[in-house]
Ligand binder design. Structure first.
Ligand SMILES: CC(C)(COP(=O)(O)OP(=O)(O)OC[C@H]1O[C@@H](n2cnc3c(N)ncnc32)[C@H](O)[C@@H]1OP(=O)(O)O)[C@@H](O)C(=O)NCCC(=O)NCCS
Length: 123
């Protein structure tokens, strides 16, 4: 069994500026439709949620890349961060690129200025 962890922290303002400057081009490159719908539903706090998902994808990349042969083929959209009925986040990976034996758990937190993500990957 191989276990790896990953973490990332990001300034919410950095994501806010990218979205305001690049709009849909940035959103559609980094986030799935479901992720955009979730963040938009948070209205005034949406940039915190976008930032948390950005941090999540960076954290996943850190954890998962040592386990992959083709890590440079990964795109932002190969990972999707969703939430269950209780709000707990979970990850859907693109099984075409990432071995289906990979198990992953993620935890997010965000405040006005920063978002952070931690994940554990087991393969
Ligand atoms: C759900 C809860 C933990 C969120 O914490 P918070 O400090 O308000 O907010 P944070 O920024 O740290 O975390 C937000 C993230 O938590 C995650 N989250 C939400 N519900 C969750 C749950 N049930 N389990 C795990 N993670 C959860 C989400 O990823 C969310 O971000 P997202 O909406 O962008 O996906 C909090 O609202 C809560 O219910 N706390 C209960 C605490 C309690 O009962 N304490 C007494 C016993 S220890």
């Amino acid at each position: 069994m191989n276990i790896k962890c990953g973490t990332d922290i990001i300034e919410v303002e950095r994501i806010k500026k990218a979205i305001e400057k690049l709009g849909d081009k940035f959103l559609n490159e980094v986030y799935t439709k479901n992720e955009i719908q979730y963040c938009k539903s948070k209205n005034i706090k949406k940039f915190e949620h976008y930032a948390a998902r950005f941090a999540a994808k960076e954290a996943i990349f850190k954890a998962i890349s040592p386990l992959l042969h083709n890590k440079y083929d990964l795109t932002w959209l190969d990972m999707e961060i969703l939430n269950n009925e209780e709000g707990r986040p979970y990850v859907i990976l693109n099984k075409e690129k990432i071995n289906e034996k990979v198990e992953i758990d993620i935890s997010l937190s965000h405040i006005k200025d920063y978002a952070i993500a931690n994940c554990i990957v087991q393969m």
